[in-house]
Write a protein that binds this ligand. Sequence first.
Ligand SMILES: NC(=O)c1ccc[n+]([C@@H]2O[C@H](COP(=O)([O-])OP(=O)(O)OC[C@H]3O[C@@H](n4cnc5c(N)ncnc54)[C@H](OP(=O)(O)O)[C@@H]3O)[C@@H](O)[C@H]2O)c1
Length: 329
Amino acid sequence: MVYQANPARYESMEYRRCGRSGLKLPAISLGLWHNFGDTTLLENSRQLLHRAFDSGITHLDLANNYGPPPGSAEENFGRILREDFLPYRDELIISSKAGYTMWEGPYGDWGSRKYLISSLDQSLKRMGLEYVDIFYHHRPDPETPLEETMRALDTVVRQGKALYVGISNYPAELAAQAIDILNNLGTPCLIHQPRYSMFERWVEGGLLNILQEKGVGSIAFSPLAGGQLTDRYLDGIPADSRAASGSKFLNADQLTEEKLEKVRKLNAIAQRRGQKLSQMALAWVLRGDKVTSVLIGASKTSQIDDAIGMLANRHFTAAELAEIEAILV
Ligand SMILES: NC(=O)c1ccc[n+]([C@@H]2O[C@H](COP(=O)([O-])OP(=O)(O)OC[C@H]3O[C@@H](n4cnc5c(N)ncnc54)[C@H](OP(=O)(O)O)[C@@H]3O)[C@@H](O)[C@H]2O)c1
């Protein structure tokens, strides 16, 4: 059956201006890092995309290496895009990235002009797109001159292969330099994509202020700490969870008793607020006005519904924030 998007899809989502750009992003964006590779059933990936778009999630975040195997998330997304979403292409903000290991040899990794431009060409082919909306440098490269990497980002915009560019995982000072270089080149940095959650707060040490001062948006990845900031692990490790999947990013060793104790206490506050812990964790990242969008992952459509449900209860009292702070320190 041909996919028909929900006519009410724009009714519940909030769209927030990305820095001082013309672009608005949904308060919640969906990442395709997990659950879109060849190890996942295509039909499940398709359902996740349908549910996201039907809920007003217009921003989908990819990278060259998402899978497994690397590249397969872009390929599978490309197929679903072709089959279901082509009439909606102009309603979507699709991003990709290059910066981590993608192919063998010295030109398939880090931040050279050679790597970034050829990687984006490959991503476009895999997704069947003429351009991406946002192209990121995925992580800083300590060896390539920052000028070269930023010039490559400027080039892909001038070539029409990306509408906007961004940086990810850049520490505050380096981000400031990259943003200045891009401004001088005439291709402003749209967005920074850092990891940010109740459990990972390095961005509060300066990055978010720099981005705000410079008019650059921010999208917080892994706002649920990969699922730790949910009720997923309160009663052990479910067989279908990320922690049970052999992931090197989330495993049983990380779910320490100390951490679970914090999760239990946070969960009690969320319950008092009449929401799930996952919803409170997302609302917390969006508190204040420094983060443009939270970039979630999902293995089930119900998890997307949970995230959307957060929008109905996003505000915290000063007492709640202090109570959460006392748990997190
Ligand atoms: N720039 C970078 O370097 C970088 C790095 C990492 C990620 N990212 C981006 O950020 C996106 C999100 O990362 P992430 O997947 O780590 O984000 P996350 O939102 O912190 O974690 C998502 C996982 O949490 C669990 N979950 C979600 N909602 C839940 C709910 N309501 N109840 C219980 N469990 C729930 C699910 O895991 P289960 O599988 O257990 O169901 C889901 O896959 C990625 O897809 C990618 O686009 C970027």
